[in-house]
Design a binder for this molecule. Structure first.
Ligand SMILES: Cc1ncc(COP(=O)(O)O)c(C=O)c1O
Length: 383
């Protein structure tokens, strides 16, 4: 018998089907899915545009390296061109967020010929060795200390420290605008402006990690556009594949020219089915007005969590933005998450004290009623 290595705490339910914002277990129980495949299912399960695009591509060709021209490559690029910020001139396709982070770090080091990377307290950028070395929480590197990358870290959301440092050996800065795994802290504009100013002052590379915040999740197409900053490297993952494993590294105009052939590669990156998933996701994104819907339902969810739970002293506060929200509960987070699951709501944690909700954009008012009532019951029940 072979088993899966238990890196994760088992959920002890077997999921057998899914549609839109819901999943069902083997006993026929229905759940509101705000766990959402770690946030990748933002477009909902069985999104019709994603399914059609993948199905159509399966009939054509599903194994081809990105070295070859294919119709789906052209189509995915054209679709991306319609939603990526204007400063982006080139993209590279990979399979997971961590892989995108690795390429971002390599680009920073190669282009600057320096090696030091600045990251921030509370950050999470993935679990491969490079990504881990810019991930703050030591629990993720348990037993493998002494990572090789040269890094420094500074407090998140503190512009003063950044203004003071004079790192001429800085290759790059990597930052999340909302710390998805690290407690849903939202970056302040002063902090982000200070980072941009540091980039300009040191000639380093600014890497914005929108793997969790990007593609409408926060009620903005790309959250960095709200901050009015221009990264050199933008990292995208999770939702952009409609649940299919894809990630994208997008480069600011012209940077691609400095990267030589053979600098990076991936067997599966840009696989035709992955490209079809991206194409279908972008169609859904535009046709279903995903950004507007995420923003308006995010406002409703935020208000309900605040009015019904914070105001009544049931939870301490609401954190996050759009449909990337969490609540600070004054008791063990895992207990609340398990109770929510029994009540028909799948959720995640963020940091040590936050229960996080990453629902698909089509979450309804009735779902929100159910979620809020479930939280109230789970947080108030005796330990
Ligand atoms: C901001 C951020 N960066 C990187 C990653 C790593 O992505 P993946 O798990 O797809 O490797 C994550 C995953 O949660 C993330 O939230």
């Amino acid at each position: 018998m072979v088993g899966v290595i238990r890196f994760y705490r088992p959920k002890n339910i077997k999921l057998v089907k899914a549609l839109n914002q819901y999943v069902w277990d083997s006993y026929g129980r229905k759940y509101l899915d705000t766990h959402n495949g770690n946030g990748a299912g933002f477009l909902g399960h069985h999104n019709k545009y994603v399914v059609k695009s993948i199905r159509d591509q399966l009939e054509k060709i599903y194994v081809a390296s990105i070295m070859f021209d294919t119709d789906i490559l052209e189509e995915a690029i054209t679709s991306l061109g319609s939603i990526l910020p204007k400063y982006v001139s080139h993209v590279y396709f990979l399979n997971s967020g961590s892989e995108a982070v690795e390429l971002g770090l390599k680009v920073a080091r190669f282009l600057t010929k320096r090696s030091k990377i600045l990251y921030f307290t509370g950050s999470f950028h993935g679990r491969t060795l490079g990504a881990l070395s810019v991930t703050w929480n030591r629990k993720y590197r348990y037993g493998i200390d002494g990572l090789d990358l040269r890094t420094i870290h500074l407090p998140y959301n503190n512009a003063e420290y950044i203004e003071k440092i004079d790192h001429r050996d800085l290759a790059g800065v990597i930052v999340e605008l909302i710390q998805g795994e690290g407690g849903l802290n939202v970056a302040s504009s002063e902090f982000i402006s200070a980072i941009e100013e540091l980039r300009d002052r040191t000639g380093s590379i600014l890497i914005i990690d929108e793997i969790q915040t990007g593609f409408g999740r926060t009620g903005y197409r790309w959250l960095h556009e709200k901050y009015n900053i221009t990264p050199d490297v933008l990292l995208v993952g999770k939702s952009i594949g409609g649940g299919f494993p894809v990630s994208i590294v997008a480069l600011n105009n012209g940077l691609d020219k400095e990267l030589p052939a053979g600098f990076h590669g991936s067997t599966f990156g840009g696989n035709p089915i992955a490209l079809a998933a991206i194409k279908g996701s972008i169609k859904a994104f535009i046709k279903d007005n995903v950004v507007d819907r995420a923003r308006s339902m995010g406002t409703v969810l935020n208000r309900r969590l605040y009015d019904d739970l914070v105001e009544k002293g049931i939870v301490k506060r609401v954190k996050g933005m759009g449909l990337m929200l969490g609540i600070e509960v004054g008791r063990r987070v895992e207990e609340v998450i398990d109770c929510l699951q029994r009540s028909g709501v799948l959720a995640l944690r963020s940091g040590e004290t936050i229960v996080r909700f990453l629902p698909p954009y089509m979450i309804s008012s009735e779902d929100i009623d159910h979620l809020v009532a479930s939280v109230e019951r789970c947080v108030s029940r005796p330990a």
